[in-house]
Design a protein around this ligand. Structure first.
Ligand code: PLP
Length: 383
């Protein structure tokens, strides 16, 4: 019998994710919660030695090594480091906040990919920026209208996107950067999920610098490894960006922990040494596991057939995602209803759920079984 739960109110995706934090079946947030690999566990066991090393060595040296290893692992070999062009932050959300506060000093509107993770629009709106949605298909398939580019100070694209997993190709990025250069608009990218998809690992910095546009990239170590929220968000910018990024960064922080930077370097070196490929394989296996457990349920569909990121969208057919969310929550399973990813038109996400795949297989199988029962019990007649 279902437990009676208090009604919940969640104003954003993170509040939905917070509800899940203490559940053993948390398939809500996109943070990595799978077991450490043997190589990663060995690195964690060496943290006391890294602490001693961090105390002794200059932070700038550790920071550069961490950035070189992380960006190198992801194929971003021409990322800049000198002259404060790669700033480390406690998280990618903080990098986002710094970017938003910088942008609002010289523009009042941003063209933002739609859908995407809602803390991006929330942070941009939070500083007073007006947002104009750019449909994902449009950003990937066509030039942006000149009329749109005349209205905004920045075009913001999440690639790979969360929740869709869609990756901007090198050809599209090249053209978009050219358009941004022509209109003197900043091109900003959030590449937090790039580690999961080799297609997102061409050297973006060569493309961006080649275009001559003003650009900012937010990179993130936080989605890849189960490091208990020890992570770095990197805020990288072009030499010509002409935004007060460094000043605003220094308004907020002196720097990140050299212990975390050393840990990131070690995880990234392991990633380059085969760990990243292993992670991509694990996510593919987890995706297959979830799809197999839900196979044969009527009136559902996996929306992003070719996605490789650590999240999976499920269309629940004629059911309402919030109804399914409530039904599985009464069995202690947490997933994410997708409305809030569709920050401009939430209705478009009301029949989709997002499932996190960076989990142990046993959690995914149990979670998928609970979800399967709930979907079979709710064939969609209520809508
Ligand atoms: C694309 C994207 N960028 C940034 C963030 C924020 O990450 P964090 O909570 O580590 O700051 C998220 C969170 O899931 C995300 O999906």
């Amino acid at each position: 019998m279902n437990r009676i739960l208090p009604t919940v109110s969640a104003e954003n995706l993170t509040q939905f994710e917070t509800l899940a934090l203490n559940s053993s079946m948390n398939l809500a947030d996109g943070h990595a919660r799978q077991q450490l690999t043997a190589a990663q566990a060995k690195i964690v066991a060496e943290l006391p030695d890294m602490w001693a090393e961090a105390v002794l060595r200059p932070v700038a040296e550790i920071e550069q090594e961490a950035a070189d290893s992380f960006f190198g692992m992801l194929g971003q070999h021409s990322h800049p480091f000198a002259a404060g062009r790669t700033l480390s932050c406690y998280s990618s959300s903080l990098a986002m906040e710094i970017l938003a506060r910088s942008l609002v000093t010289s523009s009042d509107a941003v063209a933002l990919i739609h859908p995407t993770f809602d803390n991006i629009p929330d942070i941009l709106r939070g500083v007073g920026l007006r947002l104009i949605p750019v449909e994902e298909e449009q950003a990937h398939d066509d030039d942006l209208p000149a009329e749109l580019l005349r209205q905004v100070g920045c075009v913001f694209v999440t690639t790979p996107n969360n929740p869709t997993g869609r990756v901007m190709t090198e050809a599209r990025l090249t053209r978009l950067a050219e358009q941004c250069a022509e209109h003197d608009v900043v091109l900003a990218l959030d590449t937090s999920f790039r580690g999961f998809d080799p297609d997102a690992q061409f050297d973006h910095y060569t493309v961006l610098d080649g275009s001559g546009c003003r650009w900012v990239v937010i990179e993130d170590t936080g989605k890849l490894w189960p490091t208990l929220e020890l992570k770095i968000g990197w805020l990288v910018r072009s030499a010509n960006v002409d935004l007060p990024i460094e000043k605003i960064h220094s308004d907020i922080l002196l720097g990140t922990s050299p212990l975390i930077l050393l840990m990131v370097k070690r995880f990234a070196d392991d990633g380059a040494d085969g760990g990243l490929t292993e992670l991509q394989r694990t996510i593919a296996e987890n995706r297959a596991l979830v799809r197999a457990e839900l196979a044969g349920v009527p009136d559902i569909a996996f929306v992003d057939e070719h996605a490789r990121t650590s999240v999976e969208r499920l269309h629940v057919g004629s059911r309402l995602a919030l109804d399914v969310w409530s039904a599985v929550r009464s069995h202690n399973l947490y997933v994410l209803p997708c409305q809030k990813f569709h920050w401009a038109r939430p209705d478009e996400g009301e029949r989709m759920l997002r499932l996190a795949l960076s989990r142990n297989p046993s959690t995914l199988v149990t979670g998928a079984q609970v979800l399967r029962s709930a979907l079979l019990a709710a064939p969609g007649l209520q809508s």
